[in-house]
Design a protein around this ligand. Structure first.
Ligand code: ATP
Ligand code: MG
Length: 425
């Protein structure tokens, strides 16, 4: 590739203007919700030891098998650019002694994740996740509140047609029986599965239910359902969750084949999508569930936990499609500062700083000399007023304040100009 034609790596994007504006808005809203529910913000490193994903996310998941960016450092450590943030949060919970805090320990985060996936609509190799995690409480009311948080966040962001899918995938007590039934069923149909799923069938048959291939979709339609194999504890937990969701008036559907692509989930799993053509093309906006075994798996005490994450880019894509907002904004200002002559340039430079301090959005062409070029920029930037300092005004310590719409103008002392403008913009 020619040197002057460098591009971002495949599946990675620059964020700019409208995107960043939306990101900031989403973060602000998330912070408001987090404050209300008592979540503390946490930032964990983008690189973690590969082992926490291999152990946590799971060796036979797509994420770990195919999608991780891993590297060996000069010091010989094996690190991975995080494909998701939950294992890092749990690592931090164990490392930072958070076990001793009052339960649940509630944490939220926003940051980049990396997955070497095939890029397509809503699927990138670097993307941002916004997540909420509650550690230390096993009660299903925590699962309901987790779902409620993502549901209300998306509602507040203007999503009207949201579909919430929930399922219960059991725990170490009942998963075995289900796995056996599923394996028997899938074995009989293995010739109809995609090549990946034939391997999954051997290593981790539950993953077949998460496959997005049409072929496998047909097979999974008649597969045994986890819900029929739940132990008493899981079954009560799920019943409890559904009752809480009804109380919260969250319109959910039970999807008995929802398993989600991570190994650590126990009991509850959920996904939220926008139920429109565009929404379905983007895929799930948020997803999560309960992970009662993960804290222990990563070296901590036996600790139940539940959480979820939202894909910020997918949300922003849909907001942009909805509002049809332009990607690039023309710069605009309230006043435009014009100067002609050396002395005027100096006076304008000083006034520019005073305008900044007064919080007045100011455009300028301080590097320019021509009056007409500067007036042209003032028009382009849709300034309400131009402030013009010519040679005469500079000597008299005055500014011409010109209202752009009417062309009306008057001379004002340079030290009174901010006061003059204040009531008018
Ligand atoms: P999918 O089923 O679409 O592959 P996932 O189950 O892999 O999603 P999670 O691991 O649960 O997704 O991540 C939570 C959220 O992060 C998803 O709901 C989605 O909004 C977002 N997300 C996941 N992968 C990507 C990606 N490659 N690009 C953009 N956003 C993503
Ligand atoms: Mg995925």
């Amino acid at each position: 590739m020619a040197k002057n034609n460098y591009q971002t790596p495949t599946g990675m994007h620059d964020l700019f203007q409208k995107d960043l504006e939306q990101f900031a808005k989403i973060e602000q809203l998330a912070k408001k919700i987090a404050d209300f529910y008592g979540f503390e913000k946490i930032e964990t490193p983008i690189l973690e030891f590969s082992e926490i994903f291999e152990k946590g996310t799971g060796l036979s998941t797509d994420i770990v098998e195919k999608e991780m960016y891993s590297l060996k450092t000069k010091g010989g450590d094996f690190l991975t650019l995080r494909p998701e943030i939950t294992p890092g949060i749990v690592r931090s919970y164990n490392q930072g002694g958070m076990q001793n805090l009052p339960k649940p320990v509630r944490l939220w985060y926003l940051g980049p994740c990396f997955r070497h996936e095939r890029p397509q609509a809503g699927r990138y190799r670097q993307f941002n996740q916004l997540g909420f995690e509650s550690l230390g409480v096993g009660h299903s009311i925590i699962d309901a509140i987790t779902i409620q948080i993502f549901y209300s966040l998306l509602k507040s962001l203007g999503f009207k047609k949201l579909a919430v899918e929930v399922n219960c995938i059991g725990d170490s007590q009942c998963r075995g029986a289900f796995r056996k039934a599923l394996t028997n069923y899938l074995r009989a149909k293995s010739s109809s599965l995609c090549a990946d799923c034939r391997v999954r069938l051997k290593k981790n048959p539950l993953r077949v239910l998460d496959c997005k291939e049409e072929k496998c979709f047909m097979v999974k339609k008649n597969a045994p359902q986890c819900l029929d194999y739940l132990c008493k504890d899981c079954s009560n937990h799920f019943k409890g969750l559904l009752e809480f969701l009804e109380e919260l008036e969250i319109p959910y559907t039970i999807n008995p084949y929802l398993v989600r692509g991570l190994d650590y989930y126990t009991k509850t799993v959920f996904e939220i999508i926008e139920d429109t053509e565009e929404g379905k093309a983007q895929g799930s906006l948020a997803g999560g569930g309960r992970y009662d075994g993960l804290v222990k798996l990563l070296g901590g005490k036996d600790t139940p936990a539940c959480g979820g994450a939202m894909g910020v880019e997918r949300v922003v894509n849909l907001i942009k499609a909805r509002t049809k907002s332009q990607v690039i904004d023309e710069p605009s200002c309230d006043v435009y500062l014009i100067q002609v002559g050396e002395l005027a340039k100096k006076k304008a430079l000083k006034l520019f700083e005073q305008l900044r301090q007064a919080n007045i959005k100011t455009g300028e062409g301080l590097h320019k000399d021509s009056l007409s070029a500067q007036l042209g920029s003032a028009d382009k930037m849709k300034a309400k007023f131009s402030l013009i300092i010519g040679q005469k005004e500079a000597l008299d310590n005055q500014v011409i304040v010109k209202e752009m719409k009417t062309g009306r103008q008057k001379n004002v002392d340079i030290d009174k100009v901010i006061k003059e403008l204040k009531g008018k913009i």
